[in-house]
Design a protein around this ligand. Structure first.
Ligand code: URA
Length: 243
């Protein structure tokens, strides 16, 4: 197997950026791969993402696989089923999201959903695209439908709207709306781990089902659980342009 890269820019660039451009993973995930000692430049393990590399002069391997030539970028939206993990590393025998794709070798998820969260998840081999979507400066709104054990009352909505401390940062939802008994919708921008669950817990609500239904202007709509479809250029623009 050979990873690929476009040799259009021959000047040197940061190792993490070069790997993301080659579609190995998002920029942040590439940094993790580098820190983990999985990248060799000219036969030497390099653990510093800022290392300058030149595609013409340097031979770069990820997990002993040479990174060369051009790779077609692919973009998918999946309706993630519950019970699947968002990871490229298989933890034991647990199912991972990429099991749902027949040729998943170079794919990775754009951000993560918890194991038991269902709904809209982007999957790609384009590190630049992934980076744009998950970077906090993109301010992309993610909308979730939340089913709770309790009926939603006014005081719940007030507490939910206040937000909660997640990862040492106060996360305040963009909006919170009651849909019907035991169901509310919440929009957040941050993309922090477990954020909706933490916000709901602060409002003393027990989540029964959590589903992501929108990322930017892209909605999950009628895509059946466990199925995926290719994203058009228009779909991708829609994700990035909508606030
Ligand atoms: N917030 C959560 O708590 N979990 C998810 O999976 C996504 C957002």
């Amino acid at each position: 197997m050979v990873y690929s890269i476009l040799f259009s820019h021959m000047e040197s660039k940061r190792l993490s950026k070069a790997l993301a451009a080659a579609g190995i993973a998002s920029r942040r995930a590439c940094e993790e791969i580098i820190f983990a000692g999985r990248v060799k430049v000219n036969g030497q393990v390099i653990k510093v993402p800022q290392t300058q590399v030149d595609w013409q002069a340097d031979r770069i391997h990820v997990d002993e696989v040479l990174v060369t030539a051009e790779q077609k970028k692919v973009y998918y939206m999946l309706n993630k089923p519950a019970g699947y993990l968002c990871t490229n590393m298989r933890p034991g025998k647990k199912p991972i999201v990429l099991d749902l794709f027949p040729d998943s070798e170079r794919l990775f998820t754009v951000g993560r959903l918890d194991k038991d969260t269902t709904g809209l998840l982007l999957v790609t081999n384009d590190g630049h695209f992934a980076n744009e979507v998950i970077h906090p400066s993109s301010n992309i709104i993610k909308e979730y439908l939340v089913k709770t054990l309790q009926e939603i009352e006014g005081h719940h909505l007030e507490t939910l709207a206040e937000g909660a401390r997640v990862d040492n940062k106060w996360v305040k939802p963009v909006s919170v709306t009651k849909v019907r008994r035991g169901n509310f919708k919440i929009c957040v921008k941050e993309g922090k781990k477990h954020e909706v669950r933490i916000i709901a817990e602060r409002a003393k609500l027990k989540i029964v089902e959590l589903t992501r239904i929108r990322i930017g202007g892209l909605v999950l709509a009628q895509l059946p659980v466990g199925e995926y479809r290719t994203l058009s250029k228009q779909d991708r623009d829609c994700i990035l342009s909508a606030q």
